[in-house]
Design a protein around this ligand. Sequence first.
Ligand SMILES: Nc1nc2c(ncn2[C@@H]2O[C@H](COP(=O)(O)OP(=O)(O)OP(=O)(O)O)[C@@H](O)[C@H]2O)c(=O)[nH]1
Ligand SMILES: [Mg+2]
Length: 152
Amino acid sequence: MEQLQTYADLMALPLETASTQKQFQDVLRKYEEVDLILVDTAGRSPLNKMAMAELKAFMDACSNIEIFLVMGATTKQTDLWEITSRFGELDVKQLIFTKLDETMKYGVILNVVNRLRKSLAYITTGQDVPDDIEVPDPERLARSILQVSNSG
Ligand SMILES: Nc1nc2c(ncn2[C@@H]2O[C@H](COP(=O)(O)OP(=O)(O)OP(=O)(O)O)[C@@H](O)[C@H]2O)c(=O)[nH]1
Ligand SMILES: [Mg+2]
């Protein structure tokens, strides 16, 4: 919360918290006139069934929401399959992969994108906010996955 408040202050944006579905709906109603509401959900283990059901209930309470599923590029392939199948209960619109700077092998990104048939909205490549987020360039990413140089 403190971290989010710091970013909200930097961007001069209001920040609200909601611990219950009722609070969430109240906040959505309060801001129904604005163009965009960014919702950061609390990190939850995909293996925790109760937490997943709660998250789904929160998301279902909101119409025309666009859900981004964020995964780390350093996560094991088997765990990514579990994550995508559990979070697949939600109507995921696009994907985000973080921590591309922490691995040399990007194959899991291709595997997940290919299996889910969802587009990759953003990748992140470090801890500097907001510099280390980018819209992926398909050709550059393909070269990284195949580990061929940009000139080759
Ligand atoms: N190196 C590197 N670190 C990252 C990247 N993205 C996020 N991190 C770091 O990972 C840590 C966790 O980031 P958070 O944004 O708190 O992750 P989260 O998934 O929202 O965590 P919870 O909300 O607790 O579930 C922080 O220290 C970030 O700086 C990235 O692309 N590269
Ligand atoms: Mg978080």
